[in-house]
Design a protein around this ligand. Structure first.
Ligand code: BG6
Length: 281
């Protein structure tokens, strides 16, 4: 079942309930901010102080970073992570699938604001399939007459019991860019987090496993050769107005991305898709 819901301030979202899971997706940003499979913990972390307001990104869930990830490399004054997470998308189709999953498609096309920031013609289609697994697929269709370059991310915030219990597998032997040290380094073993982490891993496994005590969450990624790992830790969290001070203890971002040197060029008339299928034990 799909319901259109609205908060008192006019903020709109879609609620999905089926035999497998429940999910909530805001039209602003096509921002999935809740997904919970039946008899499981909520998969995604959501800040207790998240804004559900016009033109503000929601802190948690899965913000979409597009058409650039992080700071734009030509003009750092442009908004961090692009415009897609703050634009209002259209829900263009919904389908109940044979296995009881629900598929929703959201679309974003250019307008005055996107043109002012990035003067290209494009169609973005975001496919969300809410089932036993969660499938997210962002397709960029270049409807312009010239090629364009993109970096992007499905900036997923995972909800964990305690960051101390977390181990991330699939990054072993991969080289990462450490944004805090501004240097490259190599990951030798599974990743544990006990301080601020802000890294882009290159050429890691397409299958990443997040272990949290008895919980096991698996990300199967397509179209991505970079994975961003982020946890702001204590001091940075305290400077963020939309993050509860101890929020960092129960979250970790594992972002299926095309970031930094993993940028993509999409030629006129071509489509490029970035996809992640998330499953849990
Ligand atoms: C991560 C970046 O993807 O997003 C971090 O690697 C950044 O550097 C974080 O701080 C959150 O960004 P924002 O714009 O949502 O505060």
């Amino acid at each position: 079942m799909i319901e259109h819901k609205e908060l008192e301030n006019g903020f709109q979202y879609i609620e999905v309930n089926n035999h497998h899971a429940t999910a909530k997706i805001a039209l602003q940003g096509a921002h999935l901010f809740h997904y919970q499979a039946i008899n499981k913990e909520p998969l995604l972390w959501l800040s207790k102080k998240a804004y559900f307001e016009k033109e503000k990104a929601i802190r948690g869930g899965v913000p979409i970073c597009f058409p650039w990830f992080g700071k734009d490399n030509t003009d750092p004054s442009l908004p961090q992570h692009g415009f897609a997470r703050k634009q209002v998308w259209k829900l263009i189709s919904t389908h109940e699938l044979a296995d009881g999953s629900t598929n929703l498609q959201f679309m974003l096309t250019p307008n005055k604001e996107t043109r002012a920031l990035w003067d290209y013609s494009f169609v973005l289609i975001y496919d969300v399939t809410v089932g036993k697994k969660l499938t997210l697929k962002l397709s960029t269709i270049n409807t312009d007459t010239q090629a364009f370059e993109i970096t992007q991310a499905l900036h997923s915030y995972f909800n964990v019991s305690d960051i101390k219990n977390v181990s991330i597998e699939g990054l072993e032997n991969s080289i990462y860019y450490d944004s805090l040290e501004q240097a490259l380094a190599k990951q030798h073993k599974a990743l544990s987090i006990s301080e601020e982490v802000d890294r882009v891993y290159f050429d890691a496994s397409s299958k990443i496993t997040l272990l949290d005590g008895d919980r096991k969450i698996e990300l199967n990624q397509e179209g991505s050769n970079s994975l961003v790992v982020w946890n702001p830790w204590k001091e940075k969290s305290e400077t963020m107005t939309d993050m509860n001070d101890d929020g960092y203890k129960t979250m970790v971002c594992l972002e299926t991305a095309n970031a930094l040197k993993d940028f993509r060029i999409v030629k006129a008339g071509e489509t490029y898709s970035l996809k992640v299928i998330i499953s849990q034990n």
